[in-house]
Ligand binder design. Structure first.
Ligand SMILES: NC(=O)c1ccc[n+]([C@@H]2O[C@H](COP(=O)([O-])OP(=O)(O)OC[C@H]3O[C@@H](n4cnc5c(N)ncnc54)[C@H](O)[C@@H]3O)[C@@H](O)[C@H]2O)c1
Length: 267
């Protein structure tokens, strides 16, 4: 069992979906959780309450729209004042599908800002303190689209490939920080395939509509094109892997991009 008592984890986009599932896994191991995401006060408090119920000694919402570097800086300062992040999970992300020829400029800008630049700014703020403590974990939620491309996803694929590359640079820069006993500082990506959350709903809806409104048939068709297991992942499965990466035993696992994709990227 990984023991994260005394550790603080900042999980971006943790009011729902994969982020909330990761936060729950870390909370279950005893971590304090800094929650973030675009949410109403009610949704933010509901997420914090869920995390306290899961075992977090404290869970607090840190409001910040991560498309704005100034708001990221302000959030990181408030998290530092709260004790600082021993664990940083860059999970917040958005998607928009369209061919390059018709991709709106605003979508390109927003996807690069939230899915890539935000992770640079949070790592820049958090990594030096992790190195000083000799323990730190950065878990960046990339995607299979950080490893392979699909059409109609130019900004998303560009951002996720960028996130995988940037994580490798950070892993190298901090590889020698800390000792085995302290746990060291590692930086890794998790690369999910189809995982059942709100972000894939528009793509499921489009397929279902083309199949007479049959949601299950829509999901089956999406899986059959890319994910050989023909099974979606549950967000809690991503949470379990993120928790393992935070354990001291994973001190030499750094600079990796681990697919959870039913064989998608093995093809
Ligand atoms: N679901 C999948 O199939 C899948 C596959 C591969 C990768 N991912 C990645 O997993 C991550 C989580 O996505 P999800 O599937 O849980 O989707 P989701 O839509 O349920 O969650 C996205 C989260 O990001 C937050 N967010 C979005 N814009 C933000 C902003 N400007 N500032 C702060 N927070 C913001 C939202 O509040 C939300 O909590 C994303 O990075 C996504 O690219 C998802």
């Amino acid at each position: 069992m990984t023991d994260l008592n005394g550790k603080t984890a900042l999980v971006t986009g943790s009011v729902q979906g994969i982020g909330l599932a990761i936060a729950k896994a870390l909370a279950g191991a005893g971590a304090r959780i800094a929650v973030n995401g675009l949410a109403s006060p009610e949704q933010a408090e509901a997420a914090c309450a869920e995390l306290r119920a899961a075992g977090a000694p404290e869970a607090k919402f840190f409001d910040a729209d991560l498309s704005d570097p100034d708001r990221i800086a302000a959030m990181m300062q408030r998290v530092a004042d709260w004790g600082g992040a021993d664990i940083l999970v860059n999970n917040a992300g958005i998607q928009h599908t369209a061919p390059i020829a018709t991709m709106p400029r605003a979508k390109w800008e927003a996807i690069l800002a939230i899915n890539l630049s935000a992770a640079f700014y949070t790592m820049q703020a958090a990594l030096p303190a992790m190195a000083q403590k000799g323990y730190g974990r950065v878990v960046n939620i990339a995607s299979v689209h950080g490893l392979v491309a699909s059409k109609d996803k130019a900004p998303y694929v560009a951002a996720k490939f960028g996130l995988v590359g940037m994580s490798r640079v950070a892993a190298l820069e901090y590889a020698a920080a800390g000792t085995k006993a302290q746990g060291g500082v590692t930086v890794n990506c998790i690369c999910p395939g189809w995982t059942e959350t709100a972000i894939i709903q528009p793509q499921i809806d489009a397929r279902a509509a083309a199949l007479g409104g049959d949601r299950d048939a829509g999901i089956a068709e999406l899986l059959s094109e890319k994910q050989p297991s023909l099974r979606t992942s549950d967000p809690s499965e991503i949470g379990a892997l993120a928790l393992w990466l935070c354990a001291p035993i994973a001190h030499n696992v750094t600079g990796t991009a681990i697919p959870v994709d039913g064989g998608w990227t093995a093809q």
